[in-house]
Write a protein that binds this ligand. Structure first.
Ligand SMILES: [Ca+2]
Length: 189
């Protein structure tokens, strides 16, 4: 069952439609739910060695700070862009990662997938940012430096459903950033 606002208490993991991540493009931070019965082909949820679970730092069920969008595969314009303030008071060191995010997601994507890959990435004016995404199966993924110091994730055969997105900073200072959602491989990727 996929997550949505009405069924968020039911975090059952679907055994089908597992997101495939391109190698080394994102790493699983932690997972609020039991491990999937069928592991993803190219990435598996792993322990990070941190002292806390990611769900003790962030709350996907809070209203997103910068809104929600419904996008169906083939959406235009592509990329879809959202201006956000990256960062917050949640220190990812506690889950074995580096960076700072807010408790609430910055943005929620309700995605209807099609034949394309899904890219979620961040653009900044030189600021070092990080990214956390909770996918429709309730698994958390982390990225730091995908394009220079900018984070990005690539979902192959993406699931339809809710993607909660946190745009964070490497250091403790917040910074303006642009969140990008695309089905086209970004330049410099
Ligand atoms: Ca970074």
């Amino acid at each position: 069952m996929q997550r949505n606002r009405r069924t968020h208490r039911n975090r059952t993991i679907s055994s089908v439609g597992i997101v495939l991540l391109a190698a080394a493009m994102a790493m699983v931070v932690s997972c609020a739910s039991p491990a999937p019965t069928a592991p993803p082909t190219t990435a598996s949820p792993t322990s990070t060695g941190g002292t806390s679970d990611i769900t003790e730092l962030v709350d996907w069920s809070l209203p997103p700070l910068y809104g929600t969008i419904d996008l169906a595969s083939g959406f235009r314009p592509d990329p879809f862009l959202v201006e956000v303030t990256a960062g917050g008071n949640r220190n990812l060191r506690n889950v074995g990662r580096v960076g700072y995010v807010a408790e609430a997601p910055d943005f929620d994507l309700n995605y209807s997938s099609g034949p394309y890959n899904l890219y979620i990435f961040v653009d900044t004016q030189g600021a070092d940012t990080v990214l956390i995404v909770c996918d429709p199966s309730g698994r958390y993924f982390y990225s730091d430096d995908q394009i220079g110091t900018r984070p990005g994730m690539h979902f192959s055969n993406p699931e339809s459903g809710l993607y909660d997105i946190w745009v964070g900073t490497y250091g403790s200072q917040t910074t303006p950033a642009t969140l990008a959602i695309s089905e086209i491989r970004p330049s410099g990727w």
